[in-house]
Design a protein around this ligand. Sequence first.
Ligand SMILES: [Zn+2]
Length: 756
Amino acid sequence: MNRPAALIVCLVLAAVMAFAASRTPAPRAPSGDQFSAQRAMSDVRAIGSRPHPIGSSEHDRVRDYLVGRFRSLGLQTTVWTGKAFERLEAKNGVAFIEGGAAQDIIAVLPGASRDLPAIAVMAHYDTVPASPGAADDSVGVAAALEIARLLSAAKHPPGRDVVFLITDGEEAGLLGARAFFADNPMARRFGAVLNMESRGGGGRAYMFETGRDSGPMVGMFARVTDNPTASSLSSFVYSHMDNDTDFTVSKRLGIPGLNYAFIGRPFDYHAASSTPDATDEGSLQHIGDQVLAAARTLASAGSLPAKAPDIVYDDLLGGPIIAYPTWAGWLVLAAGLAISAAAFVRAFRQEQFSALDALRGALALGLASFAAGGLQWLARDLTGIPLGFVQEKALASRWDAYETALAAGGLAAAVLVLKLAALGRTRGWSAWLGALVVGFVLAAALQVAAPLVAFMLAWPLLLAAVLAAVLAFRWGGRLERPSALAFIAVAASPALAQLLYVGHAVALGVGADIPEVLAVFVLTAALFIHPILWPGAGERWPFVVSAAAILLCAGLVVFIRFADPWSVRRPRPTEVFYIADSRSGRFWRSNALSGRDDWSSAVLAADGGAVRRMTMASGGPVSFAAPARPIPAAAPAVSSERTADGRVTLHVAPAAPARQVRIDVKTSGVIDALTINGLAAKPSRRPGQWTHILWDADPAGLTIAFRTPGPVEARWSQLTDGWPMGARPLPPRPADAMPWMDSDSTLLIGAMPPLH
Ligand SMILES: [Zn+2]
């Protein structure tokens, strides 16, 4: 085998292995006591065919369906209503508070010992406003039902109670979970929580987050889970992102547990395209198999896994999980160093050591990863697609092309830089040693700073050391031998496959916003292609490989930039409102998204008004709007008063069923002792800033109370699903457009009577 063939064989083998490992299992037909995605899909179809956000009528239908299903399985099922809110703070200190009345479904499968801590299996049944949520989180809910069926049909009851907690209002700010874990006494009986989530329409289910101090819990997971994808890398990365799931709430309380989610098919996340037909049944099988295994084990265990320090863990291509305590990372590094030392001592009997070439090798490794990161950043930038959740749908609609472009860019950079650094007469072993030294220094730094992720470098280094040892002792260090090259190609391919496999997950996780983090995988991959590329100092073929990869990358970027991103399967997001502004007595048709597509433009122009840019709600985005024909609407009941003791009360109650009401309040003095429907809350940080308060699914509306000196300025709004009766109806959407979030709804806005 010659060098170009070795590189290509290695890359092709790696790609095939990574692809195979990244697949989801086939959905199983109903059989015995195993989880059947085919059976569970009937529940996905029953609940995930239409949007059902908190406060909508479809939401109530889904709730009743689920209560009926759990009861039919013989579980003690209740609907528990609680209220809660989420407070987010913008960089300038402005507070956005969203709360509401959440209706959690609690279904209890009694265990043999009812005094033991219970296991909770958790998923949420609400969706975002415009998505049927077949994946997010109907898959989790359907999996919970299938697990409930299997556990309740078993010959013996579980050893301890298993509680199916199907939460509400997750999408509105984890409302159901916040209310339950704060106010329901049952929460104190939970000894472990298994949560199921989704951030896309398919792909493998990752066990991506654990409770704190969960070493033994991870040990249990590793023992009982077939075909897992789980890594202390993902829990480490996730803990540094500001994403939340219901699991965040139980984790903060110190309840142990495991959190599972799939994140493939990213276009479908929160999109109208997330229908049952578009959902990957393999994801349902994969998440169900894993959570069933963990639930069975925990439910029958005499005692739950103890709390003990977190451990390092990672699965190898969906196969076994390697796990060990953090200190053992030093042993991995020591083993790598010892094997490397033996290999290089032997190899330098063949090749004279050159410090200069070692330096070249070290620099090349660093430069290759910098160049790769730069190229990946540039590729993302040149797609021309702005950052932002809805904007990035245009990227997610061509996700495979985008990910391929990033991989090709990384390969091009690595091959080119290594080749350029090797120009002239360079000694291969010296250069490889330089590269490995850089790797060991970085790995040791990681082992000190973030031992849970140091394996990302330590394992490839150990494998590279073994590779070097075999080459040194079996082939006497002669890297140019065809059989040695064939060995490198085959032996390095699983390592590269693992990098592609993990890189795919990281790309899905953060690749749309910060693709340059993928350069870390290029750095480790370079450790393995080093011995293939380096010795052929005078050969030109690496330039051809690099040029081909860069052309592929560029071609895909051009495709993403210029081809129409929208199709029937992946339609363009559109978000239009009918707005009645009682302050001015004016009416508007508004487009909340910046892309001015034909359909949205037709909606705005329907009443003949000219389109202009404007900001509708305080703190809301700039949108486009055109005057609309007035449609009188029943205004909500609004009041504002200041009592003798100085306490201010603002109230808005919807006139007819409304999904959401809102009060924005601004004062010149400090807001003190703020309550929102009786719950204590914090306003925006500085007086003079607006505080925005949204409240969902509550016929009684929203009442806020606080103390403040001086005048109070306040606005209200009310959001109702659907276009007003009597308005010129929305034209039919083209098949390649979809409603986004609160689209197609009616917004009434007004001002509260001012208080001085
Ligand atoms: Zn979700």
